[in-house]
Design a binder for this molecule. Structure first.
Ligand code: 5GP
Length: 190
């Protein structure tokens, strides 16, 4: 694998519905050096999601083939589907002038930290569990069973936030994104 500048690698996790994707989109507007790693998944696209933009949507068979071929850096099985980071997403983007952000679950974050100890792990926390529930319900992309699955996983993820280098609360997208930008800058100056 091409040499990776670990301090340019930022892993963002947080429970489903905490708004981490929106925060990262805002961060990319604030800082053009930030590039998003696009994961592959076996789940079906939500309305409005685009292949190659939000995820690479692939079949389970294809996912397993990519694992066997050694093309996947880390992966996890979450709520009935596979999600994984293609190695190419990192090697194509980490050219020294960029900061690559991986938006992945807590297990994935821990695996990346094991592989790249100098990477920065940031946990995005919702203001409260009630607010998380409200946001999940509000976006209406999951059925009640999937929602309760995601809330159950969220409780476990929230308990693991102490394993992260930094924790930010997403009480406002703008505030949270600029806090994240400062954290990344401070991390790279170390
Ligand atoms: P969603 O279905 O809401 O898009 O994603 C479900 C969970 O999978 C989220 O916590 C998301 O961050 C995580 N996820 C997305 N891509 C990856 C990946 O490549 N690896 C891992 N480990 N988790 C991922």
């Amino acid at each position: 694998m091409k040499q990776i500048d670990e301090r340019s690698l930022v892993v963002v996790s947080g429970p489903s519905g905490c708004g981490k994707d929106t925060v990262i989109r805002r961060l990319m507007e604030l800082d053009p050096r930030v590039k998003l790693s696009i994961s592959c998944t076996t789940r079906t696209p939500r309305e409005g999601e685009q292949d190659g933009v939000d995820y690479y949507f692939i079949s389970e068979e294809e996912f397993k083939r990519r694992i066997a071929d050694g093309d996947i850096l880390e992966y996890n099985f979450y709520s009935g589907h596979y999600y994984g980071t293609p190695i190419k997403e990192l090697t194509d983007r980490l050219d020294g002038s960029t900061r690559v952000v991986l938006v992945i679950d807590v297990n994935g974050a821990r695996n990346v930290k094991r592989m790249f100890p100098d990477s920065l792990l940031v946990f995005v926390e919702p203001p409260s569990i009630e607010e998380l529930e409200r946001r999940l319900l509000g976006r209406g992309t999951e059925d009640p069973q999937q929602r309760s699955d995601r809330l159950r996983i969220a409780q476990g993820e929230l308990m693991q936030r102490t394993l992260f280098d930094r924790v930010v609360v997403n009480d406002s997208v703008d505030r949270c994104a600029s806090q994240l930008q400062s954290i990344i800058e401070e991390w790279q100056r170390r």
